[in-house]
Design a binder for this molecule. Structure first.
Ligand SMILES: [Ca+2]
Length: 366
C-alpha cells in the first residue's frame, strides 16, 4: 500500500548517466560557455512576458529520483536560469544515490553546476525511500548512472546560506524533496534565510488527496517537522501540490515514445521512468505523474501557472492520522470556526497549464 501511495508523487522523468560531451546549457551561459551554448528557447504559455527574459539565480534542492532528475534537466536547458548549485538529500533514495543521480542528470544536460550533499536523515532520525517505485537506483535500474564528477566539498546547508548571503534578495530555491535541508538552513541562520527571494516547493496534497496517506504527500510525510519549520519561518513560499500535477498533466505511453525518439537526453529520461511506469501500471494506472518537473515548470515558465491563492499553511506534526497534512487557510475566506488574522504568506498554486506541460518539456530537450 505504501508504494501505491508514493506512486502519485513520483511520476516522471529521467536522467542519464552518460556524459554530454558538448556543453549544452546550464542557465545563463558564461563567457566560456557562450560559444557552444545552443539550447533552444523553451516554449512557454506566455513567452513574451518580460520575466521570461531575465536571468534567474536558483538553487535546486533535490532527493534525486527520476522525476527530480527530469526537473534538473529541464532547468539546465533554460537559457534564462542560472543554476548556482544543486543541494541533495535523502528522500526518494539515500543521500549518496541522490548525489550520483543529480550529477548524472546535470551531465546529460551539459550542466556543470556543483552538487552539494545535505541531510542523510530527517529531523526525527527516520529515513524514507521510494525504491519500490523508482527502482534501487532511483533511476529505473537502467544502468544510467555513471557520473564523471563527484559531489562538491562542503555542506549543502552552508552552501544555501552562503549563496543567499552573496546574492541577497536574488536567489530562489526550487525544492523537489523533503524540506530537511531548508529547515536546517532556517534553524542555522534564520536572519540570513530571510534574504531568500522565494522558495518554490513541490509538496503537500494541495487541495486534493495525498499519496503517503489520504491527507499527506510524500515530501511532507518524509519530514513533517522540517516542512513545518519552512512554512512557519515567514519566508515567501510558493507550494505546488499533488493536485496540480494530476489528470491531464500526466505523461502517457505515447508521450514516452516521443521522449525516446527526441534525442539522447529524452531517451535517458524515458529509461529512468521505466520502473515508475511499471509501478503505475501494476496499480491500475496507465499514465504517470511527474510532479517535480511540473513544479520546476511552474517556477521557471512565466504563464504556466494559471491560478494561485494566498494562504496561511499549517503543517500537522501531531502523531495522528492527520500527520503531515498541510491545511491551507485561504485569504479572504471567512471561516466559522477560526479567526482570520493569519499571515497569508504562502502562495498555493491551484491551476497550471497542464495541457502544455509535456509539449513544453519536449521542446526544452531539443
Ligand atoms: Ca523529489
Amino acid at each position: 500500500m505504501k508504494r501505491k501511495k508514493q506512486l502519485k508523487q513520483l511520476a516522471a522523468a529521467v536522467l542519464t548517466a552518460a556524459v554530454c560531451a558538448s556543453l549544452c546549457a546550464c542557465g545563463a551561459p558564461s563567457a566560456t560557455q557562450q560559444a557552444t551554448t545552443a539550447a533552444p528557447t523553451a516554449v512557454t504559455a506566455t513567452p513574451d512576458e518580460p520575466a521570461a527574459r531575465e536571468p534567474r539565480k536558483v538553487i535546486i534542492d533535490s532527493d534525486t529520483g527520476a522525476d527530480d532528475a527530469s526537473a534538473l534537466i529541464l532547468a539546465a536547458k533554460q537559457e534564462n536560469v542560472e543554476i548556482l548549485g544543486v543541494t541533495v538529500l535523502v528522500g526518494n533514495v539515500d543521500l549518496e544515490q541522490s548525489a550520483k543521480n543529480a550529477l548524472a542528470a546535470l551531465e546529460i544536460a551539459g550542466c556543470d553546476a556543483p552538487v552539494y550533499k545535505g541531510a542523510a536523515e530527517t529531523f526525527n532520525g527516520t529515513v524514507t525511500n521510494a525504491y519500490s517505485v523508482f527502482g534501487n537506483d532511483g533511476m529505473g535500474d537502467a544502468d544510467l548512472i555513471h557520473p564523471k564528477k563527484q559531489a562538491a566539498e562542503g555542506d549543502a546547508v552552508d552552501f544555501i546560506i552562503d549563496t543567499i548571503n552573496s546574492h541577497p534578495g536574488e536567489v530562489e530555491i526550487i525544492a523537489l524533496g523533503p524540506a530537511t535541508n531548508i529547515a536546517n538552513a532556517i534553524q542555522r541562520a534564520p536572519d540570513d534565510m530571510k534574504k531568500v527571494k522565494r522558495i518554490w516547493s513541490m509538496g503537500t496534497a494541495g487541495l486534493g488527496p495525498g499519496n503517503a496517506s489520504p491527507v499527506a504527500e510524500f515530501n511532507v510525510y518524509s519530514d513533517a517537522d522540517a516542512y513545518k519549520i519552512m512554512l512557519d519561518a515567514g519566508l515567501p513560499v510558493t507550494v505546488i501540490g499533488l493536485d496540480v500535477c494530476d489528470g491531464e498533466a500526466q505523461w502517457t505511453d505515447a508521450q514516452f515514445v516521443q521522449l525516446e525518439a527526441q534525442n539522447e537526453t529524452g531517451r535517458f529520461v524515458a529509461k529512468s521512468f521505466g520502473k515508475i511506469r511499471e509501478f503505475y501500471k501494476n496499480n491500475g494506472n496507465e499514465d504517470v505523474m511527474n510532479c517535480d518537473a511540473l513544479a520546476m515548470m511552474c517556477a521557471l515558465y512565466p504563464g504556466f501557472v494559471k491560478g494561485t491563492i494566498n494562504t496561511y499553511a499549517s503543517c500537522i506534526t501531531d502523531a495522528s492520522e492527520a500527520n503531515s497534512q498541510v491545511i491551507f487557510y485561504k485569504e479572504g475566506f471567512t471561516y466559522d470556526a477560526v479567526k482570520n488574522d493569519y499571515d497569508y504568506k504562502t502562495v498555493l498554486v491551484t491551476e497550471a497549464d497542464k495541457g502544455a506541460f509535456f509539449t513544453n518539456y519536449l521542446a526544452a530537450l531539443q
